[in-house]
Design a protein around this ligand. Structure first.
Ligand code: PMP
Length: 311
């Protein structure tokens, strides 16, 4: 389903008017950065809550900075535009928001500098991303994750998602739900579009931010919930491939994937072969937090309809 509206060239316009020419730099060279944000509908409160928009936009601006972009907007302004757009759309269901900043010039020449940067934003209704999210079977991809000195994984850079697309397509065509991706040095980095966590001996273990991962907002939320609410120790370190085969529980996190339990890796059963107790608890907690149902974490929930900009 297509959106009704998009933010485009400084204002909110009908989606059909948000168009670019085929010579556009970012279409030819992948010179764009994006975000992925979810809005969760809360039926009791009849409110749509955007999850951690300021954190998403801070990362979006950092991605833009890596790409020598000047967007002329700060995180608060981007959040305000988002609220206005969502109010106009009037969604009463879960949604996915896609902010995109791109090199908009229609010219030939690969570079980052001396180009015009534009920002666009749209939203679509959204449900589940990984269909088998309580018992995914994943493979270790034969592709390697882009290295920081090739295309920085800490930025959500459009061109780098060709790496993700190779990883995802080959995994799905081979019959798996998702893939785990090794760094050039052979340690695990993340999933195709998710951060990864393993539980071993009651500890929560996840790759470090210097392991060519995107620093996920969900990752950050899960680390905080695991420490604060479940009282667990969280360790950020390199993870070897075969540690995963032998761990007690394994899950992936992402805005789209939420908390996806992995119960098999390359035909090897993880733990009991069922979603484990820590994964189950974190999954439930996260599901309540994102929908604005946990008071302590309400500062992560930005209501859309509370203050109407659009009358
Ligand atoms: N890694 C990659 C490569 C991703 O594309 C995503 C999805 N944005 C994530 C991790 C998870 O990040 P977040 O929790 O912020 O969605």
């Amino acid at each position: 389903m297509l959106p009704n509206y998009a933010y485009f060239k400084g204002s909110i316009v009908p989606y059909s008017e948000a168009k670019v020419g085929v010579m556009t730099h970012s279409l030819n060279y992948g010179t764009a950065v994006f975000g992925g944000v979810r809005g969760y509908w809360n039926e009791e409160e009849e409110e749509l809550f955007i999850f951690r928009p300021m954190d998403h936009y801070t990362r979006f601006l950092n991605s833009a900075k890596l790409m020598v972009m000047d967007l002329g907007l700060n995180a608060q302004q981007l959040t305000d535009i988002t609220l206005e757009l969502l109010q106009k759309e009037g969604h009463r269901q879960d949604v996915y928001l896609r902010p995109l900043a791109y090199k908009a010039d229609e010219l030939i020449g690969v570079r980052l500098h001396n180009l015009t940067d534009e920002v666009t934003l749209f939203s679509v209704p959204f449900d589940r991303y990984v269909s088998n999210d309580t018992g995914a079977h994943v493979t270790v991809s034969s592709w390697r994750r882009v290295d920081d000195n090739m295309i920085p994984a800490r930025g959500k850079i459009a061109g780098a998602y060709v790496n993700t697309a190779f990883i995802k397509t080959d995994a799905v065509r081979a019959g798996f739900d998702e893939a785990l991706v090794l760094n050039v040095d052979g340690h695990l980095s993340e999933g195709s579009a998710e951060n990864i966590f393993m539980i071993k001996g009651g500890k929560v273990i996840t790759p470090m931010v210097t392991d060519n991962i995107l620093e996920g907002i969900t990752r950050n939320s899960i680390i905080e919930l695991a420490k604060e609410e479940l009282g667990l120790e969280v360790v950020e370190r390199h993870i070897d491939r075969t540690e995963v085969y032998l761990c007690d529980e394994f899950f992936m996190t992402g805005t789209a994937a939420q908390v996806t339990a992995v119960t098999k890796v390359d035909h090897r059963v993880i733990g009991t072969g069922e979603m484990g107790p820590i994964t189950t608890q974190l999954r439930e907690l996260y599901a309540n937090v994102v929908r604005g149902k946990v008071k302590k974490y309400r500062h992560w929930n930005q209501p859309v309809y509370e203050k109407m900009i659009v009358k």
